[in-house]
Design a protein around this ligand. Sequence first.
Ligand code: ATP
Ligand code: MG
Length: 890
Amino acid sequence: MAKTPMMEQYDQIKSRYPDMLLFFRVGDFYETFYEDAKTASAELNIVLTARGRDDGDAIPLAGVPYHSIENYISRLVRRGYKIAICDQVEDPREAKGIVRRDVTRVITPGTLTESNYLDETSNNYLAAIYYEKGIFGLGYVDISTTDFFVSEFGGDSALRQMLDEFGRISPPEVLISKELFSTPGFVLDLKRCSSRPLTINRFEDDYPLDYRESAAFLNSHFGTATLEGFGLNEANSKVSLVAACAIIKYLYETQKSSVGHIKRINVRMESNFMHLDVQSRSSLDIIPSLYGVLNFTKTTMGARLLKTWLESPLCDIAAIEWRQGLAGEFLSGLNLRRRCAEILGGIYDMERIMSRIALKNCNPRDIIALKKSFDEIKKLSGLIASAAAGSGLCEFFGKVDDFTALSELIGRAVKDDPPLSVRDGGIIKEGYDAELDDVNKIAHNSKEWLLNLEQNEQKRSGIKSLKIKYNRVFGYYIEITKANLGSIPENYIRKQTLANAERFYTPELKEMESQILNADERQKKLEYELFMKLVEEIAAHSESIYHAARAIAVTDVLASFAEAAAKYDYVKPEITCGDEIEILEGRHPVVENRMNYMGFINNDTLIGGGHSHVQILTGPNMAGKSTYIRQVALITLMAQTGSYVPAKKAKIGLCDRIFTRIGASDNLAAGQSTFMVEMIETANILNNATPKSLIILDEVGRGTSTYDGLAIAYAVIEFILSGGGNLLDGARTLFATHYHELTVLDKTFSKVQNLNVAVADGESGVVFLHKILPGPAGRSYGIHVAKIAGLPEQVVGRAADILKSLEESDEKTNITRLLKKATGARHKVDENQLDLFEAPGAKPPAIPEEVKAAIEKIKSININAITPLEALNYLSQIVSLISPVQISGK
Ligand SMILES: Nc1ncnc2c1ncn2[C@@H]1O[C@H](COP(=O)(O)OP(=O)(O)OP(=O)(O)O)[C@@H](O)[C@H]1O
Ligand SMILES: [Mg+2]
């Protein structure tokens, strides 16, 4: 059977959007067909039906009502689908034959602008990646804010660095060249480092892959002769421009209206920023935890910027000091800060409104929000000019334009509380446009005329219940109940009969009806045109409005820094080009927050700058080792964002990178074992750290057997201490470990210092003092922690016995001595002792049969499958197996 004309139209449109879900407007529904219908039905949980026949097969179909389409779209886009909306583009009443339809909107995860799809406080980027001759070029744009960046990565770790940056921006959608798409593992790498679902597209054939061609295309887009004005040149963006060009090409395809609001592009020079890899960002828990503590921003623009600043601290002293200076002005001016916060609270997301304006999908309430924001900006300018005259803040904010004229224009044009829709009228104020006022007058007068007519007809006919009514199908009519039908006037013409009434019209009413309806239609059309004209007028000022929006965001973040500093008693750190980290009475910003600022023990830090630059921190479980080393990393990071820091005093030599390898975290989803992950991360640190880096290592080696782990931990520290072939000589390093054996390193290397966390033996057991002291830790207290964690008395007691025996056997298996021997440390070694690393000629002691049996038993346990109760049972069986053996081996 041949296809219906409508299905032919569908096929023709769908062929242009093969990789998108096409929603096709039919009457009051948006329909999907074929595979799209199956997908939509499964993802949206809507009914899959069938219609007509396509060569004998029924066509699968699933539809959603037109008025709830937005909700369905947002669910699909969040899951990574791309969507094309096909509308009827002519009035069905005027259509000759089949109604014309066309795609009016394409929505993809990376090109969202509608506020109901977007997380207000995060950027939503569309990225592109191109690779050429060892260099990765990355480009990314947020079309809802117009932030557009390129950056490049070269050298041995180009891929890794690019992935780290990709992870930072975590775009929901990326375009990659065909070569990259077919490079094994690349797509998987991208998905792995991204923190949200990722839609991946290949470059189309017509995207240029050449620097010159790309530059020419971008120049034509920006209307510029050269990109040098944006700071882009062949040296810093040869490869990334190809990516940027792909982005603009893609936007031209997907955004039906213009993308002309993207007016500038910035090069992000990686060397200006501290590099944080994906792992370090997540183990320092910058977002949400640190952000959660520091965020006092009042606008969504400020919230987004604060996240960006925290995730990419600066490496430029002047820029850091500029931020500190302005934050300082807010800190010392309590009133300024309070008033400013109040005003900022009234400012809307101007960046996103402006993008909706540029893309012509803004609504009247957006415009009112913009007007209110303009008014608040004026207040803010006034406040800053008077309260902070002559200050850096005043100079900075002085560059923001005045929008009084625009605000007044909007105030004259748009009603204060307009509807959401642009097409249904009710937007424009009286007195703004003479023609509209005339049309409105007709509509108004005719309504009065109708009232008069009703009264007159009631009188004329003597029917009191006579009513003039309106509905969409029949227009205006006179309704008369059945009981009164006897007395209707002559000139009434019957229109419709109901159960207990009849409806009529008169020639007079008919004439007025067409006048009223015409006026109504004209009013809506006129209002729409006037509104769009106003929108264009606003769009003409987009550059200065974006500039103001950016200034608001910066002001908001700096005021937020000041608020945090005041509230939590932070101090301004001194930033130097040296290699020191000197912190007096430092605190962990998140842990102290969690403790409600009560009872957190501060600690000093002195690394580099004449002090040892490698510190080994030992101490019992729960003592606060991890807390302390993270605290140093977080204070350093905060300092380089321009924020104040939780300390009494701090002096930070700029760090180019912070590496953290913390805890034995599993990455089972990525198919890697705990230990593998640990080693990959450690390898990354050793391969990429520089003398300016800060390295935080927590329990490296914990993921494997004691001896392997100890050997690896030792070798890692030794590598760092010996400068790794000078590549990372002087890198500031904090190493927290349970391996007390590592504390002998200070005998061999002068650059290393031992620290420990103080504990006291109180009356009711061990008391953690959380104070960092010089020197290695005494003993481990692991069993004490096991006890307070609630392990059964019996198990704790038995463990204590075994520990005692083990400690007594120290003579024979003294790992420390062996370690010294194995590593050639200058130290007198008893040749007769057992060497566990490599023992020429040493005979291993015979293992008692019971112990062998116990080992077998342990090996047979499937850790992933047993319950805690079964585990205890196993433990008791093992204990009973070995209890006859004298563990000390004497
Ligand atoms: N300086 C401090 N002041 C107050 N409480 C602290 C401090 N440092 C840590 N704590 C508390 O001690 C707890 C344990 O700290 P942390 O995890 O740093 O110990 P740890 O030494 O790394 O232990 P483990 O060896 O088991 O990894 C923290 O959750 C916190 O509640
Ligand atoms: Mg720890």
